[in-house]
Design a protein around this ligand. Structure first.
Ligand SMILES: NC(=O)c1ccc[n+]([C@@H]2O[C@H](COP(=O)([O-])OP(=O)(O)OC[C@H]3O[C@@H](n4cnc5c(N)ncnc54)[C@H](O)[C@@H]3O)[C@@H](O)[C@H]2O)c1
Length: 442
């Protein structure tokens, strides 16, 4: 967006932007004026930079805004977010939706580097949904976070109204309606899976407490940082005031990978593959379910007659796809993970197509499949598009599927015992069945 008009008075600046990039379908791109309101967060963090931008779209003449001396003197911020403009209340929009607050942890990392720009563009919540991004980083990544904020700034997204950065989850998570918990430590050389569970579990215990204290009471949480199922369990156990149902562990990337492999084998485009469930843990024990999946509405086993391929090659290909990608790419999947996070969010904010479902790692209490209670397990879900979901009832099981599911269930129960000290359930006891690799590890 270019600033079309900016004049100053002792207390006020007139700031009007004429945008050629406004995406709202209600708007005429050539004639619409975008007025912008910037103000600082009411509770500034000395380490973080909190800037609020609220934009309104008017067909009316340029609104008057205010730039205060305080704003001009701000030293801890940079670029466009340093400016403070106050529009009169009546000039604020009535045509766009209420601002949605989204927190992203690990915001200076590889996955976020793709995801943030999808969120800011309106790809997830739609072209009439303004968004505030609250970026959480670690102390080490703080400077990189500033770089991320600068890139967002330079991208001129009309829907992006607020960018704040910080390293304190109690500040960054304040009032958030979505929390995308991506930041985690990678497993270092020689580190046991139990060690990774502990080190990352502590991050998610703290973030769960912070969400419990300051986030919206109906915040939706998607845990991406690995081991994501058990991290999600730790997070929800530390957030007793938020419904356990609101916590997800990301297994959508696994679902997308499974769909791709089935489409390839059947010689169809991948939009023909539906009803794809990933059961279990986001690890190499995960179970891509070809029994219930469909191609062109027909059960996969009727389309792909090579059942040996399904049981052996297909399953292993999906389970180990992340590792193979690391071998080729030299780093773990970031772009496709970001796509799958956006897919997972879209699946919760848009009604699931009739007869179909999607996979998500969710809390097992009350599940209709007989899976152990009190773990986070990937299962088939449907949504009405209201951010909530229900588990799908009409799925079938055979011996092969049940055996595989039981293996992933055993792994998650063992992981749970390993983190008992972080879930408030006593002393941890680590007896992991085997040191399984995460899909993104080699
Ligand atoms: N569930 C999935 O499908 C899936 C897929 C791919 C990767 N992952 C996992 O996602 C995580 C992130 O991957 P990446 O490629 O973006 O990693 P990355 O190393 O590029 O970025 C991680 C970022 O998190 C930050 N961070 C570390 N501790 C933090 C904390 N306590 N609070 C906030 N930020 C913190 C780091 O400074 C870093 O900037 C990893 O755990 C990875 O294994 C999950």
């Amino acid at each position: 967006m270019s600033v079309a008009d900016l004049t100053t008075s002792p207390v006020a600046s007139t700031y009007t932007k004429t945008s050629s990039r406004l995406p709202s379908p209600q708007l005429s791109l050539s004639s619409t004026r975008l007025s912008v309101h910037f103000s600082r967060s009411p509770r500034p963090n000395p380490r973080a930079q909190n800037f609020k931008i609220t934009c309104s779209v008017n067909q009316a003449p340029s609104p008057v805004a205010v730039q205060t001396e305080e704003a001009k003197n701000k030293s801890e911020c940079f670029g466009v977010f340093c400016q403070t403009y106050d529009l009169k209340a009546e000039e604020e929009t009535k045509s766009w939706k209420k601002l949605i607050n989204v927190a992203v942890s690990g915001a200076a990392g590889m996955i976020s580097n793709h995801l943030l720009f999808k969120l800011a563009s309106g790809e997830v919540f739609g072209p009439d949904q303004p968004i505030a991004l609250k970026l959480l980083g670690s102390e080490r990544s703080f400077q990189a976070l500033e770089g991320v904020a600068m890139e967002l700034e330079d991208s001129l997204y009309p829907l992006l109204r607020e960018v704040s950065i910080g390293i304190n989850p109690y500040e960054v998570f304040e009032d958030v309606e979505w929390a995308l918990l991506i930041g985690a430590k990678p497993r270092g050389p020689g580190m046991e899976r139990a060690g990774l569970l502990d080190i990352n579990g502590q991050i998610f215990a703290e973030q769960g407490k912070a969400l419990n204290a300051v986030a919206s009471r109906n915040v939706k949480v998607i845990v991406v940082g690995n081991p994501c199922n058990t991290n999600a369990l730790i997070c929800l156990k530390n957030a007793p005031n938020i419904p356990a149902k609101n916590f997800h562990a990301l297994t959508r990337l696994d679902e997308n990978r499974a769909k791709c492999q089935l489409a390839l084998k059947a010689g169809v485009f991948y939009d023909k593959v539906s009803n794809m469930t990933i059961w279990g843990n986001h690890s190499t024990t995960q179970v891509p379910d070809f029994l219930n999946a469909r191609i062109n509405g027909v059960p996969v086993k009727e389309v792909i007659k090579d059942h040996k391929w399904l049981e052996e090659e297909f399953t292993e290909k999906v389970q180990k796809r992340g590792g193979v990608l690391i071998q080729k790419w030299g780093r773990s999947s970031a772009a496709s993970t970001a796509v799958s996070i956006a897919d997972a969010m879209k699946s919760l904010v848009t009604p699931t197509p009739e007869g179909d479902w999607f996979s998500s790692g969710v809390y097992t209490n009350g599940n209709p499949y007989g899976i152990a209670q009190d773990i986070v397990f990937s299962m088939p879900c449907r949504s009405k598009g209201d951010g909530d979901y229900e588990l799908v009832k009409d799925v079938t099981f055979d011996e092969y599927l049940l055996k595989r599911i039981a293996k992933s269930e055993a792994e998650l129960l063992a992981e749970k015992r390993c983190v008992a000290h972080l879930t408030g359930e006593g002393v941890a006891f680590c007896d992991l069945p085997e040191d399984t690799m995460l899909p993104g590890e080699m």
